[in-house]
Design a protein around this ligand. Structure first.
Ligand SMILES: *Cc1c(COP(=O)(O)O)cnc(C)c1O
Length: 300
């Protein structure tokens, strides 16, 4: 049942992140390990799903359907939640049938998977896209790609609460800002809304600036430009990696013991490294870095 999922309030540890370059700069970082909220439902996607689940319950839906690629963290979280809490899930996938570890999991979790091809997937924004799927799966509530929109921001307020409840354990009375990877910017917008200007939110963009993230965030936060900054961390393209990034990730993992992946969390940490190296944060600055998960999408 979908409503049993809404009663689940996962915990995520807030841990000191110890890396030599932070130490040198006198910048303190705590990492909120959303990758550890659950063995199967990992990262920020659960928080983005919450309000969609709430809407589904209100409409009396018996399950949910959504869209994504063959490595989608969003579909993975949705399918895992469906299995855990006992509701039906349907995934509409981009491209042609292929077996990835993600797709294997989706099917093992009981998600009904349909491959739309590339042309079919491009139609996802058109009016009437969902009609045939709703006819085929009556009672299933549709979520747009990535679980974004205003509904996607609402549950992200829980991320702020999760971290704030653990500050005392770190000996922190306060903090000076958030640093996290942004794809659509929905999670970032949720934090900005929850903070209401109290602390700045720095978004390390995993996609190039021309992907409309700035516009998406501006539309989702109440006051344009309030309390956030976007930093290009994409390294030339989503899913593009390079030797410097991969070496940095390996080194960071070895030093900190925190697993990273190269599309979001690795790029976000490298962008933080560069900002700290440029002296952007004064000694004594305390930042919360959000580990947004994504490890499932990067299995061999
Ligand atoms: C989806 C995702 C993001 C981006 O979240 P948005 O809300 O789209 O900005 C960041 N990190 C990981 C690991 C993700 O899977």
């Amino acid at each position: 049942m979908i409503h049993t999922a809404l009663a689940w309030h996962p915990q995520a540890p807030l841990q000191p992140l110890t890396l030599p370059w932070l130490h040198v700069a006198g910048v303190e970082v705590a990492i909120l390990r959303l990758d550890l909220i659950d063995p199967l439902i990992s990262g920020n996607k659960w928080f983005k799903l919450r309000e969609h689940l709430h809407c589904a319950v209100q409409q009396g839906a018996t399950g949910l359907m959504s869209l994504g690629g063959a490595h989608s963290n969003h579909l993975h979280a949705l399918a895992a939640a469906g299995q855990r809490f006992g509701f039906a899930t349907v995934g509409l996938l981009r491209g042609h049938a292929q077996q990835t570890p993600t797709v294997q999991d989706l099917q093992a979790f009981g998600m009904h998977v349909h491959w739309l091809g590339y042309a079919g997937y491009r139609e996802r924004h058109q009016a009437g896209f969902w009609q045939p799927w709703q006819a085929q799966y009556p009672g299933l509530y549709p979520i747009a790609e990535g679980g974004g929109g205003l509904a996607g921001t609402v549950g992200c307020a829980d991320i702020v609460t999760l971290a704030r409840n653990q500050l005392a354990g770190l000996g922190w009375r306060d903090y000076h800002g958030w640093w996290l990877a942004a794809g659509t910017g929905t999670t970032l917008a949720g934090l900005v809304r929850a903070e209401a200007g109290a602390h700045p939110v720095y978004g390390a963009l995993a996609v190039p600036a021309d992907h409309g993230v700035a516009e998406n965030v501006a539309a989702l936060v109440e006051h344009a430009g309030s309390g956030y900054q976007l930093i290009d961390a994409s390294r030339g393209g989503f899913a593009r990696t390079d030797a410097r990034l991969l070496a940095f990730i390996a080194q960071s993992e070895a030093h900190s013991g925190v697993p990273l992946e190269p599309l979001y969390t690795g790029k976000a940490l490298l962008a933080l490294h560069d900002a700290v190296s440029e002296g952007r944060f004064a000694p004594g600055t305390r930042l919360i870095f959000i580990h947004t998960g994504g490890l499932q999408g990067h299995r061999p």
